[in-house]
Write a protein that binds this ligand. Structure first.
Ligand code: DCP
Ligand code: MG
Length: 393
């Protein structure tokens, strides 16, 4: 079932026409032949370290060195939004219940989130990025991609630009950030985690092949824990293992996503840094360990999703800018569908209707459910405080 696959450096240099045109079709993107410049970009992924907690430590230096979390109250079923690195040593992490966090670390200091402060810091950081390029794509308040391919600063060196940006964030905002520098978004994002906190990591084009070959499959974007488990069951632990698979094998097991897997495991990601990606939607989703067998099971799963969506919308202050409601479904055969309708309010009954419409399009067991809202971009952009991002929790 397996066919030999070429290594990535040779792949990048020679085989794009081959990869891009299997059976006369461009498999990376069926409509467009990839522009070679997309393979030679300088992308930085910048991510602040323990962002909310870092802002709190900046504003109260007596907190520095003590385990600190920012989040909801333990007696109100609150969860940890983030915690500093001292707290992480106790095994505390984002999305853990605050009650459990305090059990792990009784001396933990828990502060309520102060979103206005974080938004101001986020705005300052964005302004620094925009000194280097217009191609800035924020992913959340503390994370962004920058395409600095044409930048003239620092002799055009993306490594030095990242260093300078991090230094400026430290000096003018008073917190630290980490960065990944690579030829594409997917690798830059992984690299920014490599020397965290307060560090950076560069993957040069000639190092992409080896870097990606050693990556565990669950590092690929779009591969959650369920898909990762399936890949491991099929014998693929690393991206290197996955390269031995033919496109047909990948598509048979993973549907359309198989095509993306084939590129990603070779370190190829042609997504552009897109500044317009800001403020489009707010959504949540869940991949279920056991598929939801039928519509009643999906209906049962919906309230939990809607509760998370509501919290996410409140956090993003998007409640006044809703223009669309949608439900996303991925079936057990990896086919996806989104049912949507226009609307300006979170209406539970509408989500149930959308779920039914979407489910009936295939009527098969469901592996993933998502719910979200579209956001009126024009209105949201008039409101600099709204801080919306096309991001899932
Ligand atoms: N956040 C949240 N709930 C989550 C995850 C994150 O409210 N489940 C908030 C708090 C974080 C901020 O978003 O400070 C940025 O998220 P990151 O995932 O970048 O986490 P941190 O910046 O806190 O830590 P790291 O140093 O790992 O980037
Ligand atoms: Mg961060």
């Amino acid at each position: 079932m397996r066919s030999a696959a070429p290594g990535c450096s040779s792949f990048l240099q020679q085989a794009l026409p081959r990869l891009g045109r299997i059976a006369g079709r461009n498999v990376l993107n069926p409509r467009v032949t990839p522009d070679p410049h997309l393979l030679e970009r300088k992308i930085i992924h910048c991510d602040c370290d323990c962002f909310y907690a870092a802002v709190e430590m900046r504003d109260d230096p007596t907190l520095v060195g003590k385990p600190l979390a920012v989040g909801g109250r333990a007696d109100q079923r609150g969860v940890v939004a983030t915690c500093n690195y001292e707290a992480r040593r106790f095994g505390i992490h984002s999305a853990m219940s605050t009650a459990q966090a305090i059990k792990r670390c009784p001396q933990l200091i828990v502060l309520p989130p102060a979103m206005d402060k974080y938004r101001i810091a986020s705005g300052q950081i964005l302004a620094i990025y925009r000194d280097y390029t217009d191609l800035v794509e924020p992913l959340s308040l503390d994370e962004a991609y920058l395409d600095v391919t044409g930048a003239l600063q620092c002799n055009g060196s993306a490594t030095l630009i990242a260093q300078e940006i991090r230094q400026r964030i430290k000096e003018s905002v008073g917190i630290t950030a980490s960065a990944g520098i690579a030829p594409n978004k997917f690798i830059a994002k992984i690299a920014s985690d490599w020397n965290k906190p307060d560090g950076q990591f560069v993957v040069r084009p000639q190092d992409v092949d080896a870097f990606v070959a050693a990556l565990p499959v669950d590092k690929l974007y779009g591969v959650g824990r369920v898909t990762a488990a399936k890949l491991r069951r099929l014998g693929a632990e690393t991206c290197g293992d996955l390269r031995a698979w033919s496109l047909l094998d990948l598509q048979q097991h993973f549907g359309k996503f198989g095509t993306r897997l084939q590129s990603l495991c070779r370190g190829i990601d042609l997504r552009e840094v897109s500044p317009s990606r800001e403020r489009k939607s707010v959504s949540v989703e869940e991949t279920y360990v056991t598929d939801l067998p039928d519509l009643p099971a999906c209906r049962q799963a919906l309230p939990e999703l809607l509760q998370r969506l509501q919290a996410r919308i409140a956090r993003a202050r998007a409640g006044d800018n809703i223009n669309k409601l949608f439900v996303k479904i991925r079936f057990d055969d990896f086919q996806r569908t989104t049912a949507e309708c226009s609307g300006t309010m979170l209406d539970e009954a509408v989500f149930y209707r959308l779920l039914e419409t979407g489910f009936q399009r295939r009527g098969r067991p469901v592996r993933l459910l998502g719910a979200g809202i579209g956001v009126d971009e024009a209105r949201a952009q008039q409101d600099p405080q709204s801080g919306l991002f096309d991001q899932q929790l």
